[in-house]
Design a binder for this molecule. Structure first.
Ligand SMILES: [Zn+2]
Length: 450
């Protein structure tokens, strides 16, 4: 990667917005930071607006993008939504998934996202037959991220059963779910062991949920992640039905079950964590387990508002995800954390703009195993994004209140530039690698309809 110098008109650096910051980039990393540089020196790339570290989208199912709009017709429940989602999953192949994911990750780059955590469970061909390369689907996602110019943590997901039956087993996967399952956690681990990390790609693990992995096999997945010091994500208590089924089968909450099988810890992230007891919150916080909230999906699916504030207080760092991609806008996810809480409590001031930006940047990257990204400091990966402060939404705001403007007024439409590993992936609002992102999205979604 070549050397470059970027002059940032304004830069958000943890708690303050500084005017005139110069970043030297070398080998894909920030090699030096100089502040108090009022005008761009000759040869520097000029980034006007407010530059933030790249945003980390810590929870994605790329194929859900094909559902946008269609799942808003009529009413329904989480479980009827899931049926529509399965009908799209049925039609995915390595080719169609690659085309869709490339376009979705390009949409993410346009929204300032430089790293995605892909919670990936559509592994095999219809009926559960493995492809010639049993990781063909995961490889399609890793390639798609490279082509869209962003980083990916492939959270390869263990998914074995349709419902909890008792302490030892689950109900066999239904016809849709056959392609998700490797048959056992050991077989899942053997397949994942073949996946290779690359400059832009890391491999992590996921437990789909306590419903989809029988209790006796949880430790195998946790052990696999532990051995590799890899991130481990798990859908946790998104629906009360999951809690009820877990209590009926095991006599404990999903959180307690995960704790008892060695799943919790600082490299683990619980996704949603919506319906928790006080003991659950203490277990998650006390073990340093992270929490990934996906408020635009949680409101879309009528999940409820999770106890993110109490979790953070107990010691669980927050990350954010666009999950089902009802919208792809991490700034909207960030502001929803505070605004939903205001509605619920009828008081303001639960999250500051700075704390929400930390969730969207440094803490989100840490949840995906990229500890060296998410800050504008020397040594950090040269991943950053610039928000316009002169758009119709942001004009007239004070640059020193840039964090507040970014979180509470800007949208993904205000993202002007995105740089990943020192390379400009988005310049002046246009993707430099995927020429017509809307058309690529339309074509990829259409291919899944026919
Ligand atoms: Zn999810």
């Amino acid at each position: 990667m070549t050397r470059a110098t970027y002059w940032l008109e304004h830069a958000w650096r943890d708690t303050t917005v500084e005017p005139g910051v110069l970043l030297d980039v070398d080998g894909g990393r920030i090699s030096a930071v100089r502040t108090g540089v009022p005008t761009p020196p000759p040869g520097a790339e000029v980034l006007r607006g407010l530059t933030l570290p790249g945003l980390a989208n810590a929870h994605s199912h790329a194929f859900h993008r094909a559902l946008r709009g269609t799942v808003q017709v009529g009413s329904g429940t989480f479980w009827t939504w899931r049926e529509v989602m399965y009908s799209v999953a049925d039609r995915l192949t390595p080719e169609t998934y690659h085309a869709l994911a490339r376009a979705v990750y390009a949409e993410m780059a346009l929204a300032g996202i430089t790293c995605v955590g892909e919670f990936h469970y559509v592994h095999h061909a219809q009926g559960g037959t493995p492809y010639a390369d049993p990781n063909a689907m995961g490889e399609a996602l890793i390639d798609a991220a490279a082509e869209a110019g962003i980083r990916i943590t492939l959270l390869d997901t263990c998914y074995l059963s349709s419902a909890l039956l008792n302490k030892h087993s689950g109900e066999a996967p239904n016809t849709h779910q056959l392609r998700f399952s490797d048959g056992s956690a050991e077989a899942w681990a053997a397949r994942c062991a073949v996946l290779k990390e690359r400059d832009h790609a890391r491999i992590g693990a996921a437990i789909h949920s306590v419903r989809a992995v029988p209790a006796g096999q949880l430790a195998t997945v946790a052990g696999w992640a532990q051995e590799r010091r890899a991130p481990l994500h798990v859908h946790l208590s998104e629906q009360t039905a999951e809690n009820d089924a877990c209590l009926a089968a095991h006599g404990v909450t999903p959180t307690r079950l995960l704790a008892d099988h060695g799943v919790l810890g600082p490299r683990t992230t619980g996704v949603h964590s919506t319906h928790l007891t006080d003991e659950d919150i203490a277990l998650l916080g006390g073990s340093g387990t992270g929490t990934c909230m996906c408020p635009t999906t949680e409101r879309d699916l009528a999940d409820g508002i999770g106890p993110a504030v109490a979790l953070q207080r107990a010691g669980s760092p927050l990350s954010l995800g666009s999950d089902s991609h009802a919208v792809i806008d991490l700034l909207e996810e960030a502001r929803a954390m505070e605004l939903d809480e205001r509605l619920r409590t009828r008081t303001r001031g639960h999250w500051t703009a700075n704390s929400l930006l930390r969730a969207a940047t440094v803490d989100g990257h840490a949840a995906l195993g990229w500890d060296e990204a998410g800050t504008l400091e020397a040594g950090s990966l040269a991943d950053f994004t610039t928000i316009a402060l002169d758009s119709v939404r942001t004009a007239g705001t004070l640059p020193r209140l840039g964090a507040e403007t970014a979180v509470f007024a800007a949208t993904s439409a205000d993202v002007r530039h995105t740089v990943v590993g020192g390379r400009q992936v988005v310049r002046d609002g246009a993707h430099t690698l995927v020429p017509d992102v809307p058309q690529a999205l339309a074509r990829a979604v259409e291919a899944l309809r026919s």
